[in-house]
Design a protein around this ligand. Structure first.
Ligand SMILES: C[S@@+](CC[C@H](N)C(=O)[O-])C[C@H]1O[C@@H](n2cnc3c(N)ncnc32)[C@H](O)[C@@H]1O
Length: 241
């Protein structure tokens, strides 16, 4: 896809992507419609998440956005680990952009405790979160959804994934896992939520090859032939049956 090609060429620097896009358009290398769509895709998720602290990188954000946008009738979108909403907003923004029926939402699962249980790197991230905000993760999460005007596209489930998985009652088309990064939880989430995946759905596992527990969980499941890695985008492994 055009955005993928440009993002790769520009090594994820989205400002440069927009510049290359307009240059290619000027020189007739790409059509006006394609350029307009891609510029829209880029600016949409970018502006929505610009002020939301988190670890999600640009290419990962674009992947979530585009995958949510492209999802057809293969079930709902589920996110495990919302934190302050960086990934949630990308997913919700994709749904919105695709003008999916209003009842379609992202199911955003997170216990919203402070400090977040399993992110030792968590400090009020790089000075971007005040202590007061840090102590109220759900409040900040909800405020971020409102600011992005996407609150209607998100159903919040304040719960640990182990309990949340038991409450899923419909097939899921896109499951983004970014919760507890320990081996036990990552492999547990993969197994428990994998059961709810639509046959044509995908699991997006964040922090593959950057967190040992996540990497081990994915590699073991792949070696047991439970999952195939379709692609890896920065630290997101996209898994299919
Ligand atoms: C790395 S952060 C998620 C970052 C987020 N996806 C983003 O893009 O900014 C991990 C989140 O997982 C949540 N979490 C920790 N253990 C969890 C569990 N067992 N089930 C669900 N969420 C969990 C934490 O509360 C934290 O908010």
């Amino acid at each position: 896809m055009l955005v993928d090609r440009l993002t790769q060429t520009c090594e994820g620097d989205t400002t440069q992507v927009v510049e290359v896009l307009s240059m290619e358009l000027q020189h007739g290398i790409i059509a006006e419609n394609d350029a307009a769509n891609s510029a829209c895709v880029i600016s949409d998720w970018r502006s929505c998440i610009a002020d939301i602290p988190g670890w999600l990188k640009d290419e990962e954000a674009a992947l979530l956005y585009e995958s949510a946008q492209a999802l057809s009738d293969h079930g709902r979108i589920v996110e495990i680990g919302s934190f302050l909403g960086r990934s949630t907003v990308c997913l919700a923004c994709g749904l919105e952009k695709a003008s999916r029926p209003a009842r379609e939402t992202v199911l955003a699962i997170d216990p919203h405790v402070h400090p977040p249980t399993v992110h030792p790197q968590y400090e009020p991230i790089q000075g971007r979160t005040t202590e007061a905000d840090a102590a109220n993760p759900r409040g900040v999460f909800e405020a971020n959804l409102v600011r992005a005007e996407l609150q209607h596209r998100v159903e919040i489930m304040q719960a640990y994934s182990v309990d949340a998985a038991k409450r899923i009652d419909q097939p899921c088309g896109l499951i983004f896992i970014d919760g507890d990064h320990s081996y036990k939880s990552a492999s547990g989430d993969l197994a428990a939520f994998g059961k709810h995946l639509h046959p044509k759905g995908r699991i997006f596992m964040h922090d593959y090859k950057s967190w040992d527990g996540v990497t081990q969980a994915v590699d073991e499941a792949v070696s047991r032939d439970e999952w195939t890695i379709e692609r890896v985008v920065q630290s997101i492994a996209v898994l299919r049956r």
